[in-house]
Design a protein around this ligand. Structure first.
Ligand code: AMP
Length: 251
C-alpha cells in the first residue's frame, strides 16, 4: 500500500506573527517558515505505518510557490520516499487544495491519505473533510490513534471529540486527519538530511492536473487583536469589591 501525506509550509509556530503594514495579510518576508506541525504528525504516522510493514511507500505532497520545496525536503529527510510539488504562485484555499489532491490521488492511487487536522496559518480545518467528500472516501478526522488491519483493509481510528474519544472503523482507501496527541514527530538526522537531497521530487503545474487555481474568498482586511491592558494589583478584597461595583459595574 502507498500512503500519501499532504504537508504545508507555514510560518513557524514559534514566530511572533506580524500583520503587513497594508493589512493585506500576515508578513512572511524574512520570517522562519516550517512544516505545519499537524503535517509533521501526519508524516510521522505514515512513516510508523511503513516501518510496521503495513505500507510500501510514503509520498509527501505540497502545493504552493517554489520555496515549498524546502518543506518537501524536510519531509524527505524525516523519511518520506519521494515528493510531489504542485506549483502555484499564490496561496491556495482548502477547496483548491482538495481538488488538486483529488487529481494526485487519481494519478498515484494511494490506499491512505493523511493530512493535518488544520494548518496553523489559516486554521481552516477544512481540507481533509473536503478531499474525503470529493473522493467519496470515509474519513477519520482528529485522529489520536490509528490501527491498520492490512488483511481486512480497515483502519480503526480513535477521534478526539468533545468530552472524550470516539472509535470508528474505516474501509480503505480512507482519509485521516491528525490531532496533536497522535504521535511525537521525529527530527530529521543530518545523514537523512543529506540523503533527502537525492530523493526524487516530481513537479506538476495546476494546468497539467487540470485544476483551476481560484478562490471565491476575498480577504478584506487582516488586523492584530487589540492589545490587552496591563493589570493592577489591589491591596484588599474591599478594594476589589469597590472596583467591581463602581468601575466594572458587574456586581
Ligand atoms: P486547512 O484545511 O487549511 O486547515 O489544512 C488542513 C491540512 O490540509 C493541512 O494540515 C495539510 O495536511 C493540508 N493542506 C492544506 N493546504 C495545503 C497545501 N498548500 N499543501 C499541502 N497540504 C496542504
Amino acid at each position: 500500500m502507498k500512503i500519501m501525506v499532504a504537508v504545508k509550509r507555514v510560518v513557524d509556530y514559534a514566530v511572533r506573527i506580524r500583520v503587513k503594514p497594508d493589512k493585506s495579510g500576515v508578513e512572511t518576508q524574512n520570517v522562519k517558515m516550517s512544516m505545519n506541525p499537524f503535517c509533521e504528525i501526519a508524516l510521522e504516522e505514515a512513516l510508523k505505518i511503513k516501518e510496521a510493514g503495513l505500507a510500501k511507500e510514503v509520498v509527501a505532497v505540497t502545493m504552493g510557490p517554489a520555496n515549498c520545496v524546502d518543506t518537501l525536503r524536510t519531509g524527505l529527510a524525516m523519511g518520506a520516499d519521494r515528493g510531489i510539488h504542485v506549483e502555484a504562485a499564490r496561496e491556495l484555499v482548502p477547496l483548491t487544495v482538495a481538488k488538486v489532491l483529488k487529481r494526485l490521488v487519481e494519478v498515484e492511487n494511494p490506499g491512505l491519505l493523511i493530512l493535518g487536522k488544520q494548518a496553523i496559518d489559516d486554521d481552516c480545518n477544512q481540507t481533509g473533510q473536503m478531499i474525503a467528500g470529493l473522493l467519496g472516501w470515509p474519513q477519520g478526522t482528529f485522529a489520536s490513534k490509528v490501527v491498520l488491519d492490512k488483511e481486512k483493509q480497515v483502519a480503526t481510528v480513535d477521534r478526539e471529540v468533545d468530552g472524550g474519544l470516539e472509535t470508528i472503523c474505516l474501509d480503505l482507501p480512507a482519509v485521516i486527519t491528525t490531532d496533536l496527541r497522535l504521535n511525537q514527530p521525529r527530527y530529521a538526522t543530518l545523514p537523512n538530511i543529506m540523503k533527502a537531497k537525492s530523493k526524487p521530487i516530481k513537479k506538476y503545474t495546476s494546468e497539467e492536473l487540470n485544476v483551476e487555481i481560484k478562490s471565491d474568498l476575498e480577504i478584506v482586511q487582516v488586523t492584530e487583536p487589540p492589545k490587552r491592558k496591563a493589570g493592577v494589583i489591589l491591596s484588599s478584597v474591599d478594594e476589589l469589591i469597590d472596583k467591581l461595583k463602581n468601575e466594572a459595574h458587574v456586581i
